[in-house]
Write a protein that binds this ligand. Structure first.
Ligand code: AMP
Ligand code: MG
Length: 356
């Protein structure tokens, strides 16, 4: 529907909610794609049992057909329809973390078309906790394939405005329920590979998962693997428009010294920090995010989008703490920063800290 109007429905009351559910369900039943809120990021959804509907997702996102989609479902019956086998490990993780921001890879049932799984024998599954997404899936009675509602390789949307910026005119409906509470994409665990592997870190951390699956490993495959089953791990992914550089600073003087190393005028620089408040004077955008991983994650993408919207050419992001709770955040920032075009090999040079 290129060039057509996109309706944005903002949910402020139960009546709005019910009306938007009906409208989304009706469009999905007709094989259309709609943008729906989930707890992680906004998703571009279509009937996961329909090849034609799912194909539209790839076209709209300009996503390569080699990158499989996550199937969102609710309830045991729908899950049983999507998988060929459900292992005891899957059962345990599902019980512990669903509904929620966890995606499990299992063997695909014949009901799931190949376009969803990029021709593979496995399917990625998630039972989302967002009440709107749940209501739509339940009323549809079929699961929804729903990758993030952004153009391929761009930053995921955590607010309806971010979606509108990239997909306006290409989808009939965007449902707006405000900020996505988790704020980064789900944790992805492959339970088909031996040993089971964490493919994409997220806000459900590796140590938490390990308490349920003792032999879980962090995936070591890279994008050069001949069969990369999770293209979300490619080094360039989830990127803002501006170049992004990760650095560290312990006070405003160090931040100032860090900034001065880059050949950009201040009004083309965005700063994202969590320990030092920057003086916004002259910068394109300045944000001080909360220092706890969960709260930081829920605002991060919004701040990166804001840096882009403010016209930043360069975003300087304070290096996240090393603990496991920050793994998902560190992963996204690293991918967003991987093709910055800067050769900054000397860490002391990119670190604002003075030599001691
Ligand atoms: P997104 O595009 O943000 O929805 O991310 C979906 C992620 O799930 C991508 O990294 C995909 O590569 C990954 N994924 C989906 N299906 C599979 C699968 N069958 N096996 C491994 N990873 C998958
Ligand atoms: Mg995505």
């Amino acid at each position: 529907m290129n060039g057509s109007l996109t309706e944005i429905l903002s949910i402020r009351s139960q009546a709005d909610f019910d009306r938007a559910v009906d409208q989304a369900v009706s469009l999905l039943q007709q094989g259309q794609t709609v943008v729906l809120p989930t707890e992680t990021v906004y998703g571009l959804a279509a009937n996961a049992f329909s090849s034609a509907a799912v194909r539209r997702i790839f076209e709209i996102k300009r996503r390569p057909f080699s990158n499989p989609l996550i199937v969102h479902f609710t309830g045991q019956d729908m899950l049983d329809h999507c998988v060929r086998r459900w292992s005891p490990e899957a059962e345990q993780l599902g019980r512990a973390f669903w509904p929620g921001p966890l995606t499990l890879i299992a063997l695909r049932s014949p009901h799931i078309p190949e376009v969803v799984t990029a021709g593979g024998d496995t399917v990625a599954l998630r039972w989302p906790s967002h009440s709107f997404m749940q209501a739509v899936i339940q009323k549809c009675g079929f699961p929804l394939a729903a990758p993030s509602a952004n153009l391929a390789n761009r930053l995921s949307p955590t607010r309806a405005e971010h979606v509108k910026e990239q997909l306006d005119g290409t989808v009939p409906l965007i449902v707006d329920t405000g900020s996505a509470p988790v704020g980064i994409e789900s944790t992805v665990v492959d339970l088909v590979s031996r040993p089971p592997a964490l493919l994409r870190p997220g806000m459900i951390s590796f140590p938490k998962l390990k308490t349920f699956v003792k032999n879980l490993e962090k995936s070591t495959a890279t994008e050069s693997s001949s069969v990369d089953r999770s293209p979300g791990r490619t080094t360039k992914h989830y990127a803002p428009r501006a170049k992004l550089i990760i650095g560290s600073w312990k006070d405003s003087c160090e931040l100032e010294a860090f900034v001065r190393q880059f050949p950009y005028s201040r009004n083309a620089i965005g700063i994202v920090s969590y320990s030092v408040k920057c003086d916004p004077a002259g910068f394109a955008h300045c944000s001080l995010l909360p220092p706890e991983a969960e709260n930081y994650a829920s605002s991060l993408f919004s701040e990166l989008h804001a840096c882009d919207a403010a016209g930043s050419d360069l975003i300087l992001v304070e290096s996240p703490p090393p603990d496991a709770a920050w793994d998902g955040i560190r992963d996204r920032l690293t991918r967003a920063s991987s093709t910055t075009g800067f050769e900054l090999k000397d860490t002391e040079r990119i670190d604002g800290r003075t030599r001691r």
